[in-house]
Design a protein around this ligand. Structure first.
Ligand SMILES: [Zn+2]
Length: 142
């Protein structure tokens, strides 16, 4: 019976080891999640510092952060894209609340912010091509 007892003992050991492993896994998973959530928290604080630094230096041309210039340029690119969007939808975005506003409005109907209307500057760049098409059955005397 020694052989059987040995086998039982071995099986018990394996079972104990598996349970221990499972327990370790659960514990390390929990710790990993906790570490991850704290790292995310730090990332958010970094972003917050970055935003404040940006706000403080965006109008200062002598600042030494290349990123500030890159962000400024990207904001300009976004404004250009929004203009293209406005040409398609016929609306402009409110800069304070992001609402779609009729381009003729002086103020945002949602938040009341003053709208900067830049559409007039570009009118002369537009070329309107009209093509006269004579449709059969058109009742205008021709
Ligand atoms: Zn608004």
């Amino acid at each position: 019976m020694d052989v059987l007892n040995g086998a039982v003992k071995m099986a018990q050991d394996i079972g104990t080891k598996a349970a221990k492993k499972a327990g370790e896994l659960k514990e390390t998973t929990k710790l990993k999640l906790e570490i991850r959530s704290k790292e995310d928290f730090i990332e958010r604080q970094y972003r917050e510092i970055g935003k404040r630094l940006y706000e403080d230096t965006k109008d200062d041309d002598s600042n030494s952060y290349e990123e500030v210039f890159l962000i400024n340029r990207t904001f300009e690119e976004i404004a250009e894209l929004q203009k293209l969007m406005a040409d398609i939808t016929g609306t402009v975005k409110c800069k304070s609340c992001d609402a779609d506003v009729d381009p003729s409005s002086a103020f945002c109907p949602k938040c009341g912010a003053k709208m900067e209307n830049e559409a007039e500057d570009e009118d002369d760049e537009e070329t309107i091509v009209t093509v006269d098409v004579e449709e059969p059955g058109d009742d205008d005397g021709e």
